[in-house]
Design a protein around this ligand. Structure first.
Ligand SMILES: Cc1cc2nc3c(=O)[nH]c(=O)nc-3n(C[C@H](O)[C@H](O)[C@H](O)COP(=O)(O)OP(=O)(O)OC[C@H]3O[C@@H](n4cnc5c(N)ncnc54)[C@H](O)[C@@H]3O)c2cc1C
Length: 338
């Protein structure tokens, strides 16, 4: 019964469907309003080789699907969907791996490579999610290596930068420089970052300085500053601003206008999650900006952790969706003429 309740409520609101084929209505519904889709196969859970292989194969199917569908301009995946978290942490720390672990890492590497290679062969850019800071080093190294291989003409391999990290701007500019030195295209997305509490708690517990900005205004400052940096280097950067923040979205829209650029400039994308901040998504799309929704999909069972996070945000005072509820309440009051 719980599954049924979830399916008819939050699942329907936040999830595109159970499979790629099942998402076609959602993709179409977004497309008629000029909004693109990024299919996000959101598996979380058991860490087994067979599941990692299955996820890798599914991500490749999203790439094949994207090639044939102009409403699906990118693919995306999480490295933790194709490799064990603790192994990624160990490689990131440059710790000595056992022979077994080395073989296991080789399999992770091969999965990541096969995903980007498929994107390259089919001309579909692929975004990789940003993760916890202690597995990010291996992710960054892999991305830079794959960029060199696959970004010669098109930014197929695209990393994500979390602006809640105080070193994010520095790292991002460094990677931009490396891409220029390698003579390859640089494409990326920025987010504020999803793991603030865990990062702070781990740093406190293990006694190292927190990698997170001191406060929200510091994160906002860097997020908006880096948008200006992109606009100043638009000839060599393709970027996606993934946020539900109205000020940041507005800022980018305004800068595009101020510089007299076409709203659908091919280097610039806005993005929100499916079922969240629709007012931002559809307003931008209506004005002709490039906007894409991340549309997670999967069986109800595998989507539970994702759905619980969205449900939690809906009820928490600080959360994203509480802002949406406030907007809805305001709209209802307006319509009632109060
Ligand atoms: C399309 C899309 C893709 C995403 N992909 C990823 C991803 O790959 N990796 C990832 O980690 N997250 C990802 N996220 C989530 C993202 O990082 C944010 O958690 C979420 O979008 C909320 O931030 P905001 O900019 O939308 O809104 P806001 O409400 O303006 O910002 C909230 C965010 O600000 C930061 N913040 C809040 N309080 C403080 C504080 N006291 N000090 C410092 N910083 C603070 C935190 O990052 C918090 O999540 C994605 C989000 C979207 C919309």
């Amino acid at each position: 019964p719980v599954k049924g309740i979830l399916r008819n409520t939050i699942y329907q609101h936040f999830v595109g469907g159970t499979s790629i084929a099942d998402c076609s209505k959602t993709i179409q519904k977004l497309a008629v309003r000029n909004v693109g889709t990024i299919l996000d196969f959101a598996v979380e859970g058991e860490e087994r080789d067979e599941l990692f292989d299955a996820t890798c194969a599914e991500v490749i199917r999203t790439i094949e699907f994207a090639r044939n569908n102009r409403h699906v301009p990118f693919s995306a995946f999480k490295i933790t969907g194709v490799g064990r978290f603790d192994l990624l942490a160990k490689v990131s720390e440059k710790a000595q791996l056992s022979e077994e672990e080395s073989k296991e890492y080789r399999r992770v590497y091969d999965r990541v490579e096969s995903i980007f290679k498929r994107g390259y062969d089919l001309g579909v850019p692929i975004l990789i999610d940003a993760e916890h800071t202690w597995i990010q080093p291996v992710l960054d190294d892999l991305v830079l290596e794959m960029m060199e291989r696959y970004n010669k003409d098109v930014p197929i391999v695209q990393n994500t930068y979390q602006m809640y990290r105080h070193d994010a701007i520095h790292r991002l500019k460094e990677h931009h420089r490396i891409a220029l030195d390698m003579g390859v295209k640089f494409g990326l997305k920025i987010v504020r970052g999803a793991y603030m509490e865990i990062e702070r708690a781990r740093a406190a517990e293990m006694g190292y300085p927190s990698p997170i900005q001191p406060d929200k205004p510091a994160t906002d400052h860097d997020f908006n500053e880096v948008i200006r940096y992109f606009m100043d280097h638009l000839d060599t950067i393709h970027f996606m601003v993934a946020t539900h923040n109205e000020v940041s979205s507005q800022l980018l829209a305004q800068l595009i206008d101020e510089r007299g650029l076409p709203h659908d400039h091919p280097h610039i994308y806005f993005s929100q999650l499916y079922g969240m901040s629709d007012h931002i998504t559809f307003n931008l799309a209506e004005k002709g900006y490039n906007v894409v929704k991340y549309v997670p999909y999967g069986e109800v069972k595998t989507m539970m952790p994702y759905l619980f996070r969205r449900a939690e945000e809906n009820t928490s005072v600080k959360g994203q969706s509480s802002r949406e509820l406030k907007l809805i309440e305001k709209e209802v009051r307006r319509r009632k003429g109060k």
